[in-house]
Design a protein around this ligand. Structure first.
Ligand SMILES: *Cc1c(COP(=O)(O)O)cnc(C)c1O
Length: 416
């Protein structure tokens, strides 16, 4: 007997759950792509994108691509073959961006902080001080590494650069964190941030975004050659509509994104960050309870202050990790994320690991569905664990949303 028939939940860290309103808005024929509604909506769309990243003093360029595409786009605008960059890696995605940089002909140094911790800023500072000739033209860091589920303190990287008087540009991969975690592009002195549509931005995969500061724009002007397609100049300051996307626009994705960003604006970006932070606390209450005692379950990131609010990586070992994922999907209709970049000597493919995606269009009842299913699954597959995880999460949510909330005028149900 399987109980999976019904509305499913794709609880992987991207693509995330897409709101029905976004899907509905996308289901339309294309209007005129040269003038009218679509073209008129673009300045508002760019404004909303800048709002989500708190990048109102900066610019954003849009692309038809995924996260891997904007990795290339960012590099192409400010770096030339032979330039040297430093990658601060805290998981699989740090290494991914480093590989993209190497393929572009850049000289890449990597400091690898492993898969269980954040960037050690002291080590980063030492590397900056050691680079007396200022050979590093850019620092590449991942805000939230989706494989390890660590969140890095991007402001501390800016401070380290300033303290060392090092002129390198600071580049942030925000594919997993944008629209989920607090991120202040302007105030934190980020030079370039990249993200994509399919995670916190609640839109199907296919759109990529590159934010850039005035400093990064200055560096772009000094470049001898920049790929015509990746060049952000016209995309960020177009004189004609076709320049936003360097050709035919991704019409239906634009409609979807516009709706998704409108939802974020209506909720308020600070409230969106808080919602993710509070739901993450419920998830940690449950997972820490399951992991207590002689449990097989272990969270990748032990320090709560360094955990992402959008994705949680854990290991159960084999055979339990792989069985749990299969059980949740086939017996209960919820799909958990695979472990990636978690190879172990006795588990080379990291199949004992799994991840929860809790990014974007998620609320308390969905998180309870996730946690309740996983708790049942842990029992069903016989994985050693402590029970009581769901009860621990319920306590957290009851404290976050006390009955006095019912009197507050601002309370609303935001689903559409
Ligand atoms: C998902 C993700 C990417 C890659 O995005 P794709 O759209 O799959 O190319 C890059 N970096 C981070 C941090 C991600 O979470």
């Amino acid at each position: 007997m399987s109980l999976s028939q019904g509305r499913t939940y794709l609880a992987i860290p991207g693509p995330s759950v897409i709101p029905d309103a976004v899907l509905r808005e996308m289901h339309r024929a294309s209007p005129n792509i040269y003038e009218g509604e679509l073209a008129d909506s673009m300045p508002g769309l760019a404004k909303d994108l800048l709002y989500v990243a708190r990048a109102e003093k900066s610019k954003v360029a849009m692309y038809i691509c995924n996260g891997h595409g904007v990795w290339d786009a960012a590099l192409a605008n400010v770096l030339a073959a032979g330039d040297k960059v430093l990658v601060l890696s805290t998981g699989r995605f740090g290494h991914g961006w480093a590989a993209a940089a190497t393929a572009c002909g850049l000289e890449v140094d990597i400091i690898d902080f492993g898969t269980c911790s954040d960037i050690d800023v002291t080590k980063f500072s030492e590397a900056l001080v050691a680079d007396k000739a200022h050979e590093y033209k850019a620092i590449l860091a991942t805000h939230v590494d989706t494989s390890s589920s660590v969140r890095n303190d991007m402001l501390s990287l800016r401070k380290a650069l300033d303290d060392a008087g090092h002129p390198a540009l600071l580049l942030a991969d925000c594919v997993a964190s944008m629209g989920c975690e607090e991120f202040l592009f302007d105030d934190w002195g980020i030079d370039i941030a990249v993200t994509a549509s399919q995670k916190g931005l609640m839109t199907p995969p296919g759109l990529g975004f590159v934010y850039f500061s005035d400093r990064a724009a200055e560096q772009r002007k000094k470049m001898k050659h920049v790929s015509r397609y990746w060049d952000w100049t016209e995309r960020a300051s177009p004189e004609a509509f076709y320049q936003f996307f360097g050709g035919t626009p991704p019409v239906n994705l634009i409609f979807g994104l516009k709706t998704a960003l409108g939802m974020i604006r209506d909720e308020g970006i600070e409230q969106v960050w808080n919602r993710h932070a509070y739901l993450a606390q419920a998830i940690w209450a449950a997972t820490e309870q399951w992991g207590a005692g002689n449990s097989a379950l272990r969270l990748n990131i032990q320090d709560r202050s360094k955990r992402s609010h959008a994705v949680t990586s854990m290991g159960l070992g084999l055979p339990y990790g792989a069985q749990l994922r299969k059980w949740c999907e086939t017996q209960a209709g919820i799909t958990l994320g695979l472990g990636i970049g978690m190879s172990q000597p006795d588990d080379p493919e990291g199949r004992g690991f799994f991840r929860f995606g809790h990014m974007g269009h998620v609320n308390a009842q969905m998180i309870f569905g996730l946690l309740g299913t996983v708790e049942a699954g842990l029992s069903a597959v016989g994985a050693p664990h402590e029970t009581g995880g769901v009860a621990a999460a319920a306590k957290v949510i009851a404290e976050i949303c006390p009955v006095s909330n019912l009197d507050a005028a601002s309370q609303s149900v935001v689903d559409v």
